[in-house]
Design a protein around this ligand. Structure first.
Ligand code: ADP
Ligand code: MG
Length: 563
């Protein structure tokens, strides 16, 4: 071989490297994800270049990634037959950090506490240098497609690296890590074990479009063991394929994997966005609610991928809390692999994405409602109570949620009704949409409040979810009809005919005034006023709240919350 040249890392690269050597980033596992993602990029680039450059003589018939473990030497090699790098590219790409803002960011990292430092690093990605979290020596052998000479780069992660030109090497790049001795002590973290590699590839790189192969030990048919090359990743990124190429079974299988559910999904929602911020998504409405839907530490169900590489579970930045039951995957093109939750929450593009995904989920539910009542009803019974939280928390979509919501009602003992259907049934003399909240349908139905409404043939919505107590106060009307609690204040139920009898009632009020004021004094603190009512038909008395006061259920709710 030729002369070996020694270079110093650019100052910023050196700082980043130091952080890696000292393992500031807590999840060391990600080094493999980074190397595989680089290899995958290199294969993408080669394929593209072979299309655009007709003179480039390359074989693209078997583009792939290979992982090789040498247990004796305790080394690990990730190899690709992609685009490769020229000597000057190696110096430029591996020896420096070209990304803008790196210096400022590193200055912040230096001042930050250790835990924050990891977050900050996540903003620009740990990349190739993450190899130094697990290795004390890294070497890279690469030959660029179309060139004859190859380059070997090597470093122990301190201030310098060496570069030499090599005559013979396969096209593409091989990165070899000599694992740190401490990585061997704990089997769980032994990156030189096939089981560990397999686990990491399946966790982080399963949907990489290129095969990731490894020679593994297998039980042979005739007994004993044999070595055999296996593809570790499934490569099936269903979200990237057009809908009519994917069968329902494939969607269902994928859903079960990402959701850890054993049932088929109720509905599959495919999302594709092109333009400046490109992403693809595959979301699912499950067929049944998880047990922890209303628990405080409930899980959010959407995973974030960046260019087919798994980045995080339960990504709360992608869908609002009231859609926490939605499961699936969103794959974005232009994010750092190490993007943090905090960054996602502030990112404008992510906010737009979230808005779009939310609309898509809501419109899917709306379609279900119009086209498949049975499935819509299943959905609503399982998740309606969660969705209604959005009436309050998502003013932009409030009207849509009200449209797709269903409620129990006195109209039908079994079937739920929508607000629209209620309005269509309203008689000419009815101006308001009547509702009553309570802990259950039977409790509300046996309440004396409802008697007069039943007698008059007015329909009353029976709202039994705790959240109902809260949103009704924020929704003044639907379709121009005010929403009105029958348990609050004076509800004027009198028709024209009844109004004629008004003087008579006043007279009766007069007659009973002594009794009424006696009762008011007697009940003292417990009530504000006792008055004659036109509401009741069979019950002798009932309690009502003032128009602006809490309903009894609401009081209970607040009491339960310790207020
Ligand atoms: P990033 O992938 O975010 O650009 P990395 O630190 O992972 O940052 O890699 C730096 C650069 O080195 C890449 O952009 C690429 O140009 C080059 N590189 C790394 N690995 C390979 C590889 N296997 N084949 C070709 N080029 C590579
Ligand atoms: Mg990279």
């Amino acid at each position: 071989s030729e002369q070996v040249e020694t270079f110093e890392f650019q100052a910023e690269a050196q700082q980043l490297l130091q952080l890696m050597v000292h393992s500031i980033y807590s999840n060391k596992d990600v080094f493999l994800r980074e190397l595989i993602s680089n290899a995958s990029d290199a294969l993408d680039k080669l394929r593209l270049e072979s299309f655009t450059d007709k003179d480039l003589q390359v074989d693209t018939s078997d583009l792939h990634i290979e992982i090789e473990v040498d247990r004796e030497q305790r080394s690990l090699t990730v190899r690709d037959n992609g685009i490769g790098m020229s000597r000057s590219e190696v110096v430029q790409l591996i020896g420096t950090i070209a990304k803008s803002g790196t210096a400022e960011l590193l200055a912040k990292v230096r001042e930050a506490q250790e835990s924050n430092a990891a977050e900050l690093i996540g903003q620009f990605g740990v990349g190739f240098y993450s190899s130094f979290m697990v290795a004390d020596r890294v070497s890279l052998l690469t030959r660029r497609a179309g060139e004859d000479e190859a380059t070997r780069w090597e470093s122990d992660g301190s201030g310098t690296y060496t570069v030499e030109t090599v005559q013979e090497a396969p096209q593409g790049t091989a990165v070899t890590l000599w694992l740190k001795p401490e990585e061997a002590e704990d089997n769980l973290f032994d990156y030189a074990s096939e089981a560990k590699i397999r686990e990491l590839v399946q966790r982080y790189s399963d949907f990489i479009t290129w095969p990731v192969r490894m020679e593994v030990e297998r039980t042979a048919a005739e007994g004993g063991t044999e070595r055999q090359v296996e593809t570790l990743n499934s490569m099936k990124a269903l979200w990237a394929r057009s809908k009519d190429e994917v069968s329902d079974e494939e969607y269902a299988e994928f859903y079960k994997r990402v959701s850890r559910d054993w049932q088929d999904p109720l509905q599959t929602i495919a999302v594709q966005a092109e333009g400046t911020f490109e992403y693809q998504g595959l979301l699912f409405l499950p067929a049944h609610a998880p047990a922890d839907l209303f628990a405080e530490d409930h899980r959010q169900g959407v995973q974030l991928y960046v260019k087919r590489v798994f980045v995080m579970d339960d990504c709360e930045a992608l869908v609002p809390t009231y859609l926490r039951f939605v499961r699936g995957v969103v794959d974005a093109q232009d994010l750092s692999l190490n993007v943090s939750r905090e960054i996602l929450q502030q990112d404008r593009q992510i906010t737009l994405m979230r808005r779009r995904l939310t609309k898509k989920v809501l419109s899917t539910i709306k379609n279900l409602m119009a086209e498949d009542t049975e499935r819509y009803t299943t959905f609503w019974r399982e998740f309606g109570a969660a969705l209604k939280e959005g009436i309050l928390s998502d003013p932009d979509n409030r009207d849509t949620i009200l449209e797709i919501a269903s409620f129990a009602s006195t109209h039908d003992a079994e079937q739920l009704t929508t607000l629209q259907q209620y309005v269509e049934r309203m008689g000419e003399d009815q101006r308001d949409i009547y509702y009553m909240t309570g802990s259950s349908r039977s409790v509300i139905e046996s309440s004396p409040h409802i008697e007069a409404f039943r007698a008059k043939g007015y329909e009353v919505l029976l709202l039994t979810d705790p959240i109902d107590e809260v949103w009704v106060d924020s929704v003044p009307e639907f379709d121009g009809k005010p929403l009105r609690s029958i348990a609050k204040g004076e509800v004027d139920l009198d028709s024209e005919e009844d109004k004629a009898a008004e003087p008579e009632r006043e007279q009766r009020q007069e007659e009973f005034s002594e009794l009424l004021s006696w009762m008011t004094t007697l009940l003292g603190e417990q009530v504000k006023e006792v008055r004659l009512s036109s509401r009741l038909t069979t019950s002798p008395a009932c309690l009502v709240s003032g128009a602006d006061e809490m309903t009894p259920t609401m009081e209970k709710l607040y009491r339960a919350m310790g207020q």
